[in-house]
Design a protein around this ligand. Sequence first.
Ligand code: PMP
Length: 492
Amino acid sequence: MTTPDGFGRSTGVAGVSQPPAGTGYLTSPVPGQAPVPAALAHAAGGPRYWMPAQPDQAARTAPAGPLAAPPTAPVSAPPGGFDVEAVRRDFPQLHREVNGRPLVWLDNGATTLKPRQVVEAVAEHYSMGTSNVHRGAHTLAKQATQIYEEGREEAARLLGTPDAGEIVFVRGTTEAVNLVAQSWGRANLSVGDEILVSAAEHHSNLVPWQLIAKERRARIRPIPLLPDGQLDQDAYRDLLGSRTKLVALTHASNVLGTVPPVAEMTALAHRYGAKVLVDGAQAVSHFPVDVTALDADFYAFSGHKIFAPTGIGVLFGKRELLEAMPPWQGGGNMIDSVSFEETSYAPVPHRLEAGTGHIAGVAGLRAALRYLAGLDRPAATAYEEQLTAYAMGALATVPGLQLIGDAPGKIGVLTFLLAGTDPIALAAALDQQGIAVRAGHHCAQPALAAFGLQSAVRASLALYNTVQDVDALVAALQGLQGVQGLPAAPAG
Ligand code: PMP
């Protein structure tokens, strides 16, 4: 038995929390379905839920010193593999209960959980290292500045640029796109110019363009979707032209999971002199990204979707573009000198970072990116790919379930409808079983509209999910078939 504390954490001893009965999909595959991929087999064995190892007390209380060496790789991956159970032990929230059941976190598209290394880095900043950055000659200001700039370097490494000056800290993807629209867009768009926006975009890579297009009397043109969720490349080629000034593209759709051929699409856009902004919010945690290889002009992501805190994110921009962009917000940190007669500005990236930044957020981002760098990323990506294939096969066994989007190479974003049930009521019923999924329009109404939908359920995977998580979802969905009290989906 477990005794949940006020936060639903199991307070018993290791291994006390029993998993709900499996679906049997794992051990006895449904005829015609693929068996468990070999690389996932280790995740299928062993106990499903257990308490995380308690971090070493000394390590928790000793003032680590902000300038201490970077944390060592937390995961001892088996040779050539990815040790999902070792990773799971680093994420305390995976070991809590919700509604009396072990939490199955399948809402990674909305936000990812945080490893203890990130939680500790944020706590360390506030408990021992609080200081503003870039100002003051005292020791703590220098330490905070060093952590802040190391966070920038980690972000540059993650994105594959050698120049940390191309990394602008923002609140998240939304703010990054608004920054580009308000600064680059206002300076570069004029009457009749065209902005191509894929129909798979999150609202945050569409609405900022609508706002600036209206102001500049430019025009938004959608890149349509194919039935499997891919972007229609023929239509894209036809849309490109001398009026195209910018192409706004997701690197991974938060509702369809589609990963468009961004490098090819960028090369095509560049032939017309257009710039390309890539929304990497859903991409960065799933596969390695290289903005240099993509030749992206701008690339944005949110910290909270890559195991870091909320309120911190990154805009990458090619240096020559950032340097030519006017400030979009004025204030402290972004100036060189100020007088009533004339104000001059700091060099990039600081010119685009007015005011005090989210210093603790950057400390957490630095820890998250170091954590990720300590993993065997190609192996983690391969693991997620196999888990995604497994999940798609398992969900297909649920009678009446319709998956939306099955583009080749998609990430583990599994959006679906269950015949005769309302998505929001279905998500609420799953929550009663401790399974966290999201339902609604997922801030991508045009993408759902392309499939004639207003709302759907989304289960989204991260590298710490397992076949058991998928099995729990599938078992719950099978159990909810025909359950009274789940209203039917609204028409339309
Ligand atoms: N783009 C995509 C693809 C997303 O999934 C999200 C968040 N759901 C965003 C942009 C916006 O991210 P944020 O709210 O962190 O700015």
